[in-house]
Design a protein around this ligand. Structure first.
Ligand code: FAD
Length: 563
């Protein structure tokens, strides 16, 4: 019996076990989904170009790849089945095709696709998705008990905490462990990861991968075929579209970005969309990189170039690529190659290493499992009953608020904004403004090159919008003071971060206090909000009247596109 390995557009890895004993490969480029929303042109270009490159690589390896372009998976399967019938007729009949698929990350998709195949007389076997490090069985063993339901009020029956999961995964995988203890003695070095860079520090150059003919052709087709949003030229499109490019992006990050990754991880700097972030999520989420690879590479870098938390200060060394000789730190070896070939790469402090590894084996794996557990209710969870439409600034970037306009511009230009812009500007503003979490989720989903339903939904609905308490006991809401502490935006902003009320006051401030007051019933009792509510209690009626007036005004202006 022949087995066809069906690979989805986010499963583009040639080293999968699922491919090993397959006789041939099926890939379906389904286009209809992108008619329903105006996706970022770079996102569509990235996904379709990566699929087409992957098809060509597999064929170069001698694999028999059926590549179908269709409106839907159903139509794609019709074409595949028709082709199989023709082949079977040549060979004198046989049963319907047998397909094998790694379980899709999207909720319910595996079952839907199995039905589509069965309706056409074939069989579809679903196997574990190798492109996550941990399996549903691993999660169940850790979480125990039943799956969680989210009630109509957004309250989860059971809740999960990332930090506990993360420690469990470290123990189970042995990553960054030393004889059963965390390397360096602590599980988490985030205390060292909350600095902003001085003016003279320059982040490493963004690794850029020049679009080749296939990417250009794909992009031209995307522009013609779809209504897209954001930058629709190829300028600024520099994402890896092949596994080789993704590996190179990883090497570059480990050599150049990692040394300052931790320390400046939470910082926002005007005109610097990328800082020392890895920019690897698009490649990891497409399957071009297996999540084990960045983790192992960062562990290796620590073995070769590691120093104590905080010991290496990127600001003292001018930043950028490979600015420092290891000799200063008594290290050795680990020469770089490529751009900075003649200089040894900078040391990597443990806080950067641990911080990066936590994002991948902690947060990324955690979000995937929380999504599995909490769907389908998660997608519509709305614990705070927030229903306002997203302000037009999210679409056109037009606002005088420096932080918001900068973050939206990054998304419009690159389909990317880094984590703190996503959490503390884009979703924080929507949260205190009162936007509908499902609409915000859709905005993230169509606008970001690394966005898939499994990853935006827990991040946007649960973490960013507090649509449910399934993964955190308090909302990520803050006033303008957070942005002021972590960025240089407020100095360039016409709004005054020091003021809460009256014309010209930072919109974040009044919205924040008004949000706390409005949602007092739900939030006061949630455990970690005590300090915030002691400030709420300290304000008198006159103050509240001014706050309410300013918040109303800000909401009105935002709604009218005049903020
Ligand atoms: P780095 O800062 O270099 O982090 C390293 C890696 O850790 C990332 O590449 C990613 O694979 C992983 N990671 C870190 N945090 C998370 C997380 N919370 N969830 C999942 N993976 C994580 N991530 C996406 O991949 N796609 C999304 O659509 C997405 N939407 C988000 C929306 C909101 C509101 C928030 C708060 C976070 C979102 N994230 C999303 C998580 C995180 O912001 C991105 O993974 C990260 O910014 C990607 O950029 P990077 O590769 O430079 O990350």
């Amino acid at each position: 019996d022949r087995t066809t390995c069906w690979l989805l557009g986010d499963q583009l890895n040639p080293d999968l076990d699922a491919l090993d004993d397959a006789d041939d490969v099926l890939m379906i480029e389904a286009h209809g989904f992108a008619d329903r929303k105006p996706y970022h042109a770079h996102k569509l270009t990235l996904v379709f170009s990566a699929m087409r490159h992957f098809r060509d690589r597999l064929r170069d390896r001698g694999l028999d790849v059926t590549y179908v372009r269709a409106e839907s998976f159903g139509e794609g399967l019709d074409e595949f089945f028709a082709e199989r019938e023709r082949r079977a007729a040549d060979r004198d009949g046989g049963d319907g095709p047998q397909l094998r698929l790694m379980r899709p990350a999207s909720h319910g998709a595996g079952e839907r696709l199995r039905d589509l195949v069965a309706e056409r007389g074939g069989t579809l076997e679903l196997v574990d998705n190798e492109l996550f490090w941990t399996t549903p069985a691993d999660w169940r063993e850790w979480a125990g008990g039943e799956e969680t339901d989210i009630g109509p009020d957004g309250a989860a029956e059971r809740t999960y905490r990332q930090e506990n999961w993360y420690r469990h995964v470290r123990r189970e995988t042995g990553v960054l462990m030393d004889d059963g203890d965390p390397v360096g003695g602590e599980w988490n070095y985030d205390d060292a990861n909350q600095e902003t860079p001085p003016d003279e520090w320059e982040p490493p150059a963004r690794p850029t991968f020049e679009p080749d003919d296939l990417t250009r052709e794909t992009h031209a087709w995307v522009r013609e075929r779809f209504d897209t949003w954001g930058n629709d030229s190829l300028d600024g499109f520099a994402w890896p579209v092949t596994r080789a490019e993704a590996r190179e992006a990883l090497d570059r990050f480990v050599r150049e970005g990692l040394p300052a990754f931790g320390r400046y991880q939470d910082a926002m700097v005007g005109g610097e969309p990328f800082l020392s972030h890895s920019l690897l999520s698009p490649a990891i989420n497409l399957g071009l990189l297996d999540p084990r690879e960045p983790v192992r590479a960062v562990e290796r870098a620590y073995a070769e170039r590691g120093v104590e938390p905080g010991e290496y200060d990127p600001a003292e060394h001018g930043g950028g690529a490979a600015a420092t000789s290891l000799d200063e730190f008594g290290g050795g070896g680990a020469g770089g190659d490529g751009a900075a070939a003649d200089e040894a790469p900078a040391p990597v402090p443990l806080n950067a290493v641990e911080g990066f590894i936590r994002q991948v084996i902690g947060w990324r794996e955690f979000m995937r499992h929380v999504y599995r557990e909490a769907m389908p209710e998660l997608a519509d969870a709305n614990r705070l009953s927030q229903e306002r439409e997203l302000p037009p600034a999210y679409w056109d970037g037009e606002t005088d608020m420096e932080c918001l306009s900068e973050a939206v511009e990054h998304v419009r230009e690159f389909g990317y904004a880094h984590h703190i812009e996503r959490l503390m500007v884009l979703s924080n503003f929507a949260l205190v403004y009162g936007a509908d979490p499902a609409e915000l989720n859709e905005w993230f989903h169509l606008g970001f090159v690394d966005a898939y339903h499994w990853v935006t939904t827990p991040n946007v609905v649960a973490m960013g919008s507090f649509g449910t308490d399934v993964l955190s006991s308090k909302p990520y809401a803050s006033s303008g003071s957070y942005v002021n502490r972590m960025s240089d935006h407020c100095a360039d902003c016409p709004y005054a971060v020091s003021r809460t009320t009256g014309e010209g006051a930072c919109p974040f401030n009044a919205l924040y206090w008004d949000f706390l007051k409005e949602n007092e019933e739900t939030l006061r009792g949630t455990g970690r909000m005590g300090l915030m509510y002691s400030h709420v209690d300290g304000k008198d009626d006159a103050e509240w009247a001014e706050i309410r007036e300013r918040a109303d005004r800000v909401r009105e202006r935002a709604r009218d596109g005049e903020l």
